[in-house]
Design a protein around this ligand. Sequence first.
Ligand code: PAF
Length: 279
Amino acid sequence: MRLFEALVPLKNHLALQKHTTLGLVPTMGALHNGHLALVERAVNQNDLVVVTIFVNPTQFDNANDLNAYPKTLDQDLEKLSLFGEKVVVYAPEVEDLYPETTKSEVYDFGELEKTMEGGSRKGHFQGVATIVEKLLRSFMPTKAYFGEKDYQQLAIIHALVKQKELPIQIVNCPIIREADGLAMSSRNTRLTPKQRAIAPQVYQALLQAKEKKGRFSIEEIIDEARHFFHQSPDFELDYFCIADATSLQPLYGKKIEQEARAFIAVKLGEIRLIDNVKF
Ligand code: PAF
């Protein structure tokens, strides 16, 4: 495994490596088993794999959140070294990816970016699309791998690739969970032991909602979830939403005919957790 901090030498290196397929795994580091599952899949499906480690400033609407984002480069490199020669790591400073100004490009994703994370985190998806487009154009991989925990992000990335006509396959990878059901996330390391003990209730709320499908209306199911989190002083519910799995627009009523997903975002102290399940 080789590490590069600058794009130009990395691209020169890739040009010299014999390969017909290239996988790209964009990450913000603080790697956990969810990331490693993406890398493993990419390694199995491609001759070469670029893993990027970059905490992208333009997708944060809150400076404290950006500064507190965990950075564990040495441990990340140790984990990635287990994948051997096929993996190349790109871990740049901000200037390498934003040489002129640290600003997002402007995209129009319509309704897709107005709900849920897009509604709660101003400019978040403009920042995600900016960095993902930069990375996709820099490497022009055969396939790029993203986790379904950030399901709305995945929908935005599919829309981006379509709008920009990029000939790259976006591979959706399933959520990897801890034994108690908590979706793996780099932010979990910032939970206190008490918060970590109750964090699996986020996934449980999604499962309870799913279990009520068809017997109760979506409005009733959401009310119950709201009530549950309202009662618990440790949690601050941002949204609980049941939406069409493709358009991500909220659904109502009892009879759901299309493919749907249940989504949740809560704050546990300072830490924002998101999760989703097929509904
Ligand atoms: O999901 C993430 O870790 C980030 O949003 C991504 C896709 C690496 C872009 O910074």
